[in-house]
Design a protein around this ligand. Structure first.
Ligand SMILES: C=C(O[C@@H]1C=C(C(=O)O)C=C[C@H]1O)C(=O)O
Length: 248
């Protein structure tokens, strides 16, 4: 029998609707599931430690082989709420930006927007651990995931990256997609897709299991994150990847 498919998913609240249906689903018999932050699982897929991951789209050019295996993604076609540049000062007064070590797509998107859309003259600062306390004065910070939902309560200026991308390109943005580094059996792909869809049809149950005291999860799951990988999202993804491949 073929070995189990190793699957890595993002550990943030935005992924809970996609993972909800895996429990008690026959696909679980075919796979081993682990969760971590996006930059970590990106490295696992690049290194071949896993077969499938909900990886940041920005790392696709680094994969020798990439197959999009599901019709669901972590995307947005308006403000996403959890991928933002946070600041104490207006955009053009920012001098330095702390980058989120957990991210790959949003760091690349931020750099693109800073250069091509906002046209800012700023210094980027890499981070390796907790850095949100450095977001003050003219030092701004990119924060993603649940930590971004927390940062919304602290920073007076919030620049939403998905919203800026939409204004810049008129296309939706895909932060992460289910990508495999080898061809997988059709039977697995069909079961995987079916499992992904269950939570999206049962959002009240997903929210009841993951309540948040700081952000309205119903708004997050229905108006911020957009899960279906539609043709427009694929177009947005292609546009982003081609920017990256042209050296942006
Ligand atoms: C919308 C989000 O998208 C995330 C952003 C990612 C990135 O910047 O590399 C990767 C995975 C997604 O979970 C978020 O985490 O808030």
């Amino acid at each position: 029998m073929e070995r189990k498919v190793k699957v890595a998913a993002v550990s943030y609240s935005n992924t809970r609707p996609l993972l909800y249906g895996f429990r008690n689903h026959p696909v679980m018999e075919m796979m081993e599931l682990t969760v971590d932050y996006p930059a970590k699982i990106a490295q696992q897929l690049i290194d071949g430690d896993v077969d499938v991951a909900l990886v940041p789209v920005a790392i696709v050019p680094k994969l020798k082989e990439a197959h999009i295996i599901a019709d669901y993604c972590i995307g947005a076609d308006g403000p996403v709420a959890s991928v933002c540049l946070f600041s104490d000062v207006p955009l053009h007064e920012i001098k330095r930006i702390f980058l989120d070590y957990q991210s790959r797509s949003s760091v690349a998107l931020l750099k693109l927007l800073v250069k091509e859309y906002w046209k800012l003259d700023v210094e980027f600062v890499e981070t390796t651990g907790h850095y949100q306390q450095f977001i003050k004065g003219t030092d701004a910070g990119l924060v993603i995931g649940d930590r971004a939902l927390e940062q919304r309560l602290k920073s007076p200026y919030i620049f939403d990256l998905a919203d800026a991308w939409m204004k810049y390109t008129s296309l939706p943005f895909v932060f992460a997609a289910w990508i495999s580094n080898r061809a997988l059996p059709k039977e697995f792909i069909n079961a995987f897709n079916d499992a992904n869809s269950i939570g999206l049809k049962n959002l009240p149950a997903v929210i009841a299991e993951n309540p948040s005291p700081i952000y309205d999860m119903n708004i997050y799951y229905t108006q911020n994150i957009s899960y279906p990988l539609t043709p427009a999202k694929r177009q947005g993804m292609q546009r982003f990847i081609s920017y990256l491949m042209n050296g942006n």
